[in-house]
Design a binder for this molecule. Structure first.
Ligand SMILES: NC(=O)c1ccc[n+]([C@@H]2O[C@H](COP(=O)([O-])OP(=O)(O)OC[C@H]3O[C@@H](n4cnc5c(N)ncnc54)[C@H](OP(=O)(O)O)[C@@H]3O)[C@@H](O)[C@H]2O)c1
Length: 312
């Protein structure tokens, strides 16, 4: 007899990865999932509803959820039949780039409120039910920036490092309850994410930042970042496919990098626990050998490497 579908709650489905993942799960040929695709502003639901097609109202429903708002989280869970979430996907997130001196503490806090406390808020809401039922899976869309710092992404990387530490700690306790945690670590993904950041920096003035730092940001970092997106960026479809496999796995991994082309960059940190190799290589590539960086990114983009690490 076929088992009943698992309820999957996903945050941040108005665009990008969340939208793509919701649709892929809803289209599962074996109909193993009932997807609750959430977004903070239902005024943006049209793109999701169009992509969902015939699955809308069957294996996919759309609901309001702002990860920064306790009432919104409680109301959303209150509408789920039985209130039980089998798989929670913490996907909602926002980026922040720029010189630290020019960013307000309030702006930095809003990144942590969304990326870190937003995920914690949802986990606190679903965990008692998962523990009671002795089963569950919490997927967290982290980033390669949860593994290593990237210049001018100080606060965003810190929010993803926070997720990594929090969920790795929780994972140990949850083994006892048969609840799995999976931290998914994409490299650059071609969603609205980068465009939103570029729009933000195009108008920002970063007051209080010295001219050298501003120059490094605008003339070194921004062009290198754009090239990185162009050369090793993955499609949201590929990343969502990797997450679908993780959700379907009998023993999901704690960590999964989705982009094999980015692995040479994360490997530098793993190779030297002192941290020097990564920091010095990143510094030299950006400040001393920008042509080598440009050439390396072109090599990575040439297509001889697989575009995706296949989850086991
Ligand atoms: N794109 C990349 O290069 C990349 C790389 C690694 C990891 N990631 C991570 O992937 C996740 C998805 O990002 P994406 O690339 O798909 O970008 P995206 O298209 O900008 O999607 C971000 C989603 O998060 C939602 N969101 C923001 N604040 C929220 C809140 N308070 N409550 C509920 N939803 C909220 C956004 O909703 P609104 O439309 O209302 O703003 C949007 O639906 C993020 O966690 C991001 O950090 C992205």
């Amino acid at each position: 007899m076929a088992s009943s579908p698992r309820t999957v709650l996903i945050s941040g489905c108005s665009s990008g990865l969340g939208l793509e993942l919701a649709v892929q799960l809803a289209r599962d040929p074996r109909q193993r999932y009932q997807v609750v695709a959430t977004m903070r502003d239902l005024g943006k639901k049209e793109a999701l509803e169009t992509a969902a097609g015939a699955t809308l109202g069957k294996t996919l429903t759309v609901a309001q959820l702002d990860v920064c708002d306790d009432t919104s989280v409680a109301q959303c869970l209150g509408h789920i039949k039985g209130g039980d979430v089998d798989v929670l996907v913490n996907n909602a997130g926002m980026g922040l780039v720029g010189p630290l001196e020019g960013l307000s503490i309030a702006t930095m806090q809003s990144v942590f409120d969304t990326n870190f406390f937003g995920a914690v808020r949802l986990v606190k809401a679903v965990l008692p039910g998962m523990k009671r039922r002795r089963q569950g899976h919490i997927v967290v869309v982290s980033s390669v920036m949860g593994l290593q710092g990237v210049m001018f992404n100080d606060v965003y990387a810190a929010s993803k490092f926070a997720l990594e530490g929090f969920f790795e700690s929780l994972a140990i306790q949850l083994v006892q309850f048969n609840i799995f945690i999976s931290l998914v670590e994409p490299g650059p993904v071609a969603t609205d994410f980068e465009g939103k950041l570029l729009a933000q920096v195009s108008t920002a003035e970063f007051p209080g930042t010295d001219p050298d730092t501003l120059g490094y940001f605008r003339d070194l970092y921004l062009p290198a970042s754009s090239q990185l997106f162009r050369s090793v960026g993955q499609s949201p479809r590929d990343v969502a496919q990797a997450i679908v496999k993780i959700i379907g796995a009998a023993r999901p991994p704690l960590r999964k990098q989705t982009n094999a082309r980015y692995v040479p960059l994360t490997a530098l940190k793993a190779l030297d626990p002192s941290g020097r190799l990564y920091v010095h290589t990143a510094h030299r590539l950006l400040f001393r050998w920008p042509r080598l960086l440009h050439f390396s990114l072109r090599c990575l983009a040439c297509g001889c490497l697989p575009s995706q690490v296949q989850p086991q």
